[in-house]
Design a protein around this ligand. Sequence first.
Ligand code: SAM
Length: 216
Amino acid sequence: MDEFKKIRDLMVETQLITRGIKDRRVLDAMRRVPRHLFVDESIQYKAYDDMALPIGEGQTISQPYMVAIMTELLELKGNEKILEIGTGSGYQAVILAELSKEVYTIERVAVLVKRAEERFNFLGYGNIHVKVGDGTLGWPEESPFDRVIITAGTPKIPDPLIEQLSEGGIIIAPVGDRFSQQLIKVKKSKGRLSEEYHTPCIFVPLIGEYGWKGED
Ligand code: SAM
């Protein structure tokens, strides 16, 4: 049992279950995955706090509750092929890898990809594929995807990601303006899209051809 196990269980009880996360598989994955290994050693003591944390390069690892609700909304059964946009620390990708068959994840900042890859290897996740690039274009060679999760705030869901979603598939994304968004769940059924609106949220911007224009 690692030294953070107790505090991780407490995170699940006090931040996730009390806020209504019910999917047992999601709760168990978040009890298992050592979130403290996805932040710098100097802030590991904060890894289970109820907040997003910096991961360098002006980017963040999302708040545990946000990871949990986005994952729950994906309705994973275990055999899905998932596309994640915004690898960041790699924590969300690992939670997804625990609950599905294959995870494809794209990050625009190369140094973050390098660090995330080291974590995937260290923890032994052979079902995560990561690359540097503009995730708003998707990963056409690997499409279609059963699920798509965008972990950066976007003005709208990028068209290529809708095109690369399989029939019956689900997309979860924080959609809104640059400083505040709302989680949206999109389902593709018989070629048509339906939308559900969920919790308000604040994510760093999705920067790319079908997202926000970069200031860098
Ligand atoms: N899922 C991450 C985790 O578990 O740590 C948190 C993601 S962080 C909130 C958002 C990430 O999206 C940042 O690392 C940022 O560099 C990345 N990003 C922004 N625009 C992107 C794009 N067009 N393609 C890929 N990644 C992008």
